[in-house]
Design a protein around this ligand. Sequence first.
Ligand code: PGA
Length: 257
Amino acid sequence: MRNKVIAGNWKMNKDLGETEKLINDLKTALNFNLIGSKVIICPPFPSLALAAKLIEGSPLELGAQNMHTEDEGAFTGEVSPKMLKAAGCRYVIVGHSERRQYFSETNEFINKKARKALASGLIPIICVGESLDEREKNITDQIVSVQVKGCLSEISAADMEKVIIAYEPVWAIGTGKNATPQQAQDVHRLIRKLISQLYSWTVAERVTIQYGGSVKADNAADLLHQPDIDGALVGGACLKPDSFSAIIQAAALSTKK
Ligand code: PGA
């Protein structure tokens, strides 16, 4: 059975003082004995080094929310994979729908970031998902297929087993409207099938596919019990220690089942 992976995407929230408080509160709220899954926190860039210190010795792991494709150079305002590694990151989110929407990121560019992350020893959490308009037009499967194929181009089978994919329907992000467990499971199954076609079933069975979009303490268990949902990418609820720890506990219980 695949281990569950719960990641908290802090987005553009929490300065240094607030980072310290949130991590300390989270450590207090979490019962470390009940963590049956990987738990990753993804604070904003300026908080990464501090977060790395604060989570030392705990089961929490660190990820970033974005990165550039080069190690260094004249790219004002950008942050490289080398810098993320030095700050203590093991994971990096790439292609979040907010990056696609507000910063015009394409599947091709996201693929370049994912390949660079892997080459740098970082595990990419690659985000895909349809908009409301696309769901209403019944083209979810086509859209997600194009995104998955585009984002995975030229990634080797050995690297693919490390990759995390996050299915996040855009209409469910920050809206309070989550996909039903069945809607999410259907797309997760589609993604796993696509990976089996691009690689093999052995690889597909090893890839972690998270669901994201208004995951909360009260809907996490139902989502995480679906056979192809291997974890969650959590936005709003990860900023509240009690909610985030309840989601982590739901993951532990779903693994035991
Ligand atoms: P949300 O965000 O949980 O606030 O909907 C999820 C995400 O954007 O990763």
